[in-house]
Design a protein around this ligand. Structure first.
Ligand code: CA2
Length: 148
């Protein structure tokens, strides 16, 4: 059975490509999702994507992943990374392995971005590589779920 990977995008990431390109680049969210979908297919995996600006909706999607056969989650929780015990608890509850991704290098930015409620539960964290960070995470996910 093909591995099922879920890519979750948190608040404001729907604005990708339209504002603050010095921080987040020129790639739009639909372009990024399409690129990740193509990469997953080429690796024999299937990919779902979901973006929400609402904490509870992200929690609901994480809970649904427990029932829909998701094998691995790639998550950029956006600003909720630094605030959300609820998203942390959901990821902890479903026990689906995950990687945390950030487009920007959060450690070069304001101190409040240096703490993540997710990192210690994550298998790994990628920050500062732009869209390539998601690609690295998807490649890792496929390899982790079904080692070659
Ligand atoms: O670097 C990242 O990927 C972040 O997760 C992005 C979040 C920020 O709160 C985190 O500290 C780091 C913000 C996402 C905002 O996305 C935008 C995209 C385009 C234009 C404006 C905002």
């Amino acid at each position: 059975m093909a591995q099922r990977i879920l890519v979750l995008h948190g608040p404001n990431l729907n604005l990708l490509g339209s504002r603050e390109p010095h921080l987040y680049g020129h790639t739009t969210l639909p372009e990024l999702n399409a690129r990740l979908g193509g990469l997953s297919s080429s690796l024999g995996a299937s990919l779902d994507t979901y973006q929400s600006n609402h904490e509870g909706e992200l929690v609901d999607r994480i809970q649904a992943a427990r029932l829909d056969g998701t094998d691995f989650i790639v998550i950029n929780a956006g600003a909720y990374t630094h605030t959300s015990v609820a998203i942390r608890d959901a990821l902890s509850a479903v026990k689906i392995p995950f990687v945390e991704v950030h487009l920007s290098n959060v450690y070069q930015r304001e101190a409040f971005r240096h703490h993540s409620y997710l990192s210690d539960l994550a298998l790994g964290v990628v920050a500062g590589l732009g869209p390539q960070g998601y690609e690295a995470a998807v490649r890792f996910a496929v390899q982790h779920v079904q080692p070659a």
